[in-house]
Design a protein around this ligand. Structure first.
Ligand code: SAM
Ligand code: SF4
Ligand code: SF4
Length: 373
């Protein structure tokens, strides 16, 4: 491991935007830089908007995200050129996976132009980045082909139920399930390399939809993933009683469609993988509450307005928009990223139970729609 790197260590002249000017020594330093829990920086999630056309009760409940909610102003948002520059710098430091998210990313005007810009970014060894996007699917019929043409490789669509009534209860804006299913169909038609569907499970609200969803996506080539309801932000009224442990999800499905566990695809994969014994495909469970995975967490998040967060449950980010807009060089920004990472000690999910409800850390968490899910 290298020593902690000071923000201004390498006094060479580096111009903004000149990725090649980030010296190999710095790339090597990062490849050896770990946080305080020995984790490397590998993935970046980028929130491109804090707005959404849904009001999922577990994410942006209507009571809080109403017309008075202080959404970011247009000029506070990172511009596409700024997002691309940050991505280039992260890539030069060894980040290979980029996920665009939000809010609802497809609400960001001309998102496909950003995808096209990011598709040009490569790693120091000349590899293309693994570029993906998470969407609620509402605009996918319109956007799927444009995104594919722009170079998007993979896509994840969120869908919490097959029943129209249950889905509308979850999205809380009367959005019809048929339109999301049509968006998923559009994704299939244009031929993304991989399509995943995320279902957040809330006990007593949509857990009776687990089997219909499993049945629907068997044999489709789409991987369905069940996510435990999490206590992100401070507005979703999270309660442990509404969390259905992933083990119970697996048990339910296995009783009808026998399952076999699979090895992870790579170290740090958040979903535990299972395959249908009859060869009908694969499912995953993301057990962020009952089986935490902080020890292998290699993710950073860039908020819509350019704050870098190192944990989904963080209450404070580090301001990179000011660095971007005040003439800092790529090298200075790269150094600042590494310094921030080197001080990281986040492991919220492992200590969730140890906080009392009155503790400030729990009260000040940022919302997921702002830092990106
Ligand atoms: N709007 C897009 C969507 O819904 O796919 C992208 C942003 S959303 C914040 C990203 C993912 O976070 C979605 O799959 C969503 O279901 C999940 N999510 C949001 N709030 C959650 C919560 N409280 N617990 C678990 N997952 C959550
Ligand atoms: Fe919007 Fe996605 Fe949050 Fe639902 S989960 S409110 S679709 S950002
Ligand atoms: Fe990573 Fe934070 Fe989630 Fe732990 S709680 S897995 S550190 S984002």
């Amino acid at each position: 491991m290298v020593d902690r790197i000071s923000p201004r260590i390498i006094p060479i002249n580096n111009t903004a935007g000149a990725l090649a000017a980030i010296p190999a020594v710095l790339q090597k330093a990062n490849s050896e830089t770990v946080d305080l829990r020995q984790r490397q920086l590998r993935d970046l999630r980028i929130s491109v908007t804090d707005r959404c056309n849904f009001r999922c009760t577990y994410c942006m409940p209507k009571s809080v995200f109403d017309q008075n909610y202080p959404y970011l102003a247009q000029d506070a948002l990172l511009r596409f050129e700024e997002i691309t520059r940050m991505t280039q710098i992260f890539a030069s430091l060894g980040v290979e996976k980029i996920r665009l998210t939000g809010g609802e990313p497809l609400l960001r005007k001309n998102l496909e132009s950003l995808v096209a810009m990011l598709a040009q970014v490569s790693t120091p060894t000349g590899q293309k980045l693994d570029l993906t996007l998470t969407t609620n699917g509402s605009l996918l019929r319109k956007k799927a082909q444009l995104l594919k043409n722009a170079g998007l490789q993979r896509i994840t669509i969120s869908l919490d139920a097959l029943s129209d009534a249950v889905f509308k209860t979850m999205n809380d804006v009367e959005f019809a399930v048929g339109d999301v299913l049509d968006g998923i169909e559009a994704a299939k038609e244009v031929g993304f390399e991989s399509i995943k569907v995320n279902m957040v499970v809330k006990k007593g609200i949509n857990d009776h939809e687990i089997l219909p969803m499993a049945q629907h996506f068997r044999n489709s080539g789409i991987t369905l993933r069940f996510i435990e309801f999490m206590d992100v932000g401070t507005s979703n009224g999270w309660n442990m009683a509404e969390v259905l442990p992933s083990q119970a999800v697996i048990k339910q499905i296995d009783a009808v469609f026998p399952l076999q566990s699979l090895e992870p695809n790579y170290l740090g994969e958040v979903a535990q993988r299972w395959r249908y014994a009859d060869g009908a495909g694969e499912i995953g469970v993301i057990s962020s509450v009952t089986q935490t995975f902080c020890h292998t967490c290699t993710r950073a998040r860039l908020s819509t307005d350019g704050q870098l967060f190192l944990c989904l449950f963080a209450h404070q980010g580090v301001d990179f928009k000011t660095l971007l807009r005040s003439g800092s060089s790529d090298l200075e920004i790269a150094n600042a990223i590494m310094n921030t990472w080197a001080k990281r000690d986040d492991h919220y999910s492992e200590i969730r139970g140890s906080h009392t409800p009155t503790e400030n850390i729990a009260a000040r968490k940022v919302e997921m729609s702002y830092i990106g899910g």
